[in-house]
Write a protein that binds this ligand. Structure first.
Ligand code: SF4
Ligand code: SF4
Length: 460
């Protein structure tokens, strides 16, 4: 099985080796070597926590070039509700639509058009008998990857439904084709709030082809649109009339409880990657009562807290809820877009993802016997380490260092406690210890401190 494709890249030249990313990563996917953070592809789930914490912007989230849209005759901006939640309420949605058209798109289509079909399918799945419970939503791609790598026994619990954005894209392609567009002329561009969605679109869980052509990061799209909307000072001379093709509550789908509120049975919504991990650890130990459905989201406040959003997540949630109240007041009868209903049977045959398989985060060896030996060795090494998880070895904790030693990615002597013991026994010279630390943290850190100290001494 291939490595995951990732949207995140660490730029060596910018990285100062502070190790903040290593310490926050929920899957221990980062090491520091030669003073630079290194990403382990098979462990990263694209949650974006490292991007959020990096103090110098050394972690980038790659996106498609905006100019790519002009390769297509039909250029569709596929927009989630969270994008509109970035804008102060004084800018009407119709104005934002118009600005997107001014920027070069030929169509604007909202992701929430795809919610109704997924909502109905979720309820149907939940109404059937299942040996495996609780069922876990496949909406958040970082959670799907988390379960694949860290909780592989739970892959059988997935609902295996595509997210609304895929349904919306599949529908709009069909809609344009029925109006005479050729498949090759259609470009559908999703405005994403997170890295995990980019990775899922570019490399879907089970390698299916995504119906989305390209991905534009929400923060850069917001800046482009906001500058233009502001310049025009809210002028609303030419505006596209916006008729939501979905029920008002569908707008809440990507927020915390948006999905579980419409599900059935005993259900729970958990947001924040570390909260989700803590809960799944309990679930694995069967410490939790009998749930039917779990909505799990990697970001706090779900998609409103995505790493590529520009606005405060609580404010975004408040604005989205305000929109729902406005929709209820203005169009209480709004229901699913009739044209989508015409395609419903066809779309419903396309909304399931293939079975999602576990991905080994720590495959010790192809040979089972060798893997068992290595596992035993890890346990023995752990016994010798101080278990203080200081991270001075450049690995995120003592257990991770033990794994790294067995996988030839680290040395016993990387541990500063072991170094002292070896020095005491004459097995290591202090200069060797210094060289080992330079290999982990880079020479610069030691030399610059020395120079600084010399400068301080001279100035006394
Ligand atoms: S994106 Fe998440 S899983 Fe990947 S390296 Fe960063 S913090 Fe770790
Ligand atoms: S947070 Fe990670 S990527 Fe950013 S400077 Fe620190 S070590 Fe480098």
């Amino acid at each position: 099985m291939n490595d995951f494709l990732h949207a995140l890249k660490i730029v060596d030249d910018l990285c100062i080796g502070c190790s903040l990313c290593m310490n926050i990563c929920p899957t221990k996917a980062i090491r520091v070597r030669k003073g630079k953070a290194k990403l382990m592809n098979n462990r990263c789930i694209d949650c974006g926590e490292c991007f959020r914490i990096c103090p110098v912007g050394a972690i980038l989230i790659e996106q498609d070039d905006f100019g790519l849209i002009f390769n297509y005759k039909y250029r569709v901006a596929l927009i989630p509700a969270v994008f509109f939640g970035q804008f102060p309420s004084k800018y009407p949605i119709s104005k934002i639509y118009q600005t997107l058209i001014d920027l070069g798109f030929t169509h604007v289509f909202e992701v929430e058009n795809g919610v109704d079909i997924i909502k109905k399918a979720t309820r149907e799945i939940l109404s059937q008998d299942h040996d495996t419970k609780p069922l876990i939503s496949t909406f958040c791609p970082a959670i799907v990857r988390l379960i694949q790598v860290k909780f592989p026994a739970l892959v059988h619990n997935f609902t295996l439904l595509k997210p609304p954005l895929d349904v919306a894209a599949l529908y709009f392609r069909k809609h344009l084709q029925n109006q005479g567009a050729d498949e090759s002329e259609i470009g559908i561009f999703y405005f994403t709030q997170c890295a995990a969605k980019i990775a899922a679109i570019k490399s879907p869980a089970e390698e299916e082809k995504s119906p989305i052509t390209g991905v534009i990061n929400m923060d850069s799209a917001f800046n482009k649109v906001y500058q233009k909307v502001k310049q025009e000072n809210g002028d609303s001379s030419v505006q596209i009339p916006v008729t939501a093709g979905f029920a008002s509550n569908d707008v809440l789908w990507s927020l915390t409880t948006g999905e579980s509120d419409t599900a059935m049975g005993r259900r729970m919504a958990i947001d924040g990657i570390h909260n989700v991990i803590a809960f799944l650890e309990k679930l694995e130990q069967e410490e939790n009562p009998d749930f039917d459905f779990l909505e799990l989201r990697a970001c706090d406040e779900s998609c409103a807290g995505g790493v590529l959003t520009s606005e405060n997540r609580f404010l975004t949630v408040e604005r989205i809820k305000k929109r729902v109240r406005k929709m209820n007041a203005e169009q209480p009868q709004t229901e699913q877009n009739q044209d989508i209903l015409n395609y419903e049977d066809e779309l419903r045959r396309m909304i399931f993802v293939e079975e999602i398989k576990p991905r080994s985060m720590m495959k010790l060896d192809e040979d089972m016997g060798e893997a068992m030996k290595k596992m035993k060795l890890i346990r023995q090494i752990v016994q010798m380490l101080p278990m203080v998880d200081c991270g001075a070895c450049g690995s995120p904790g003592c257990y991770a260092l033990a794994e790294d030693i067995v996988q030839s990615r680290g040395l016993m002597e990387n541990c500063i406690f072991i170094q002292r013991r070896y020095e005491e026994k004459g097995m290591l010279k202090p200069s060797d210890s210094l060289q080992i630390m330079k290999n982990v943290w880079g020479s610069d850190k030691f030399e610059s401190k020395k120079n600084q100290n010399n400068e301080t001494d001279e100035s006394k």
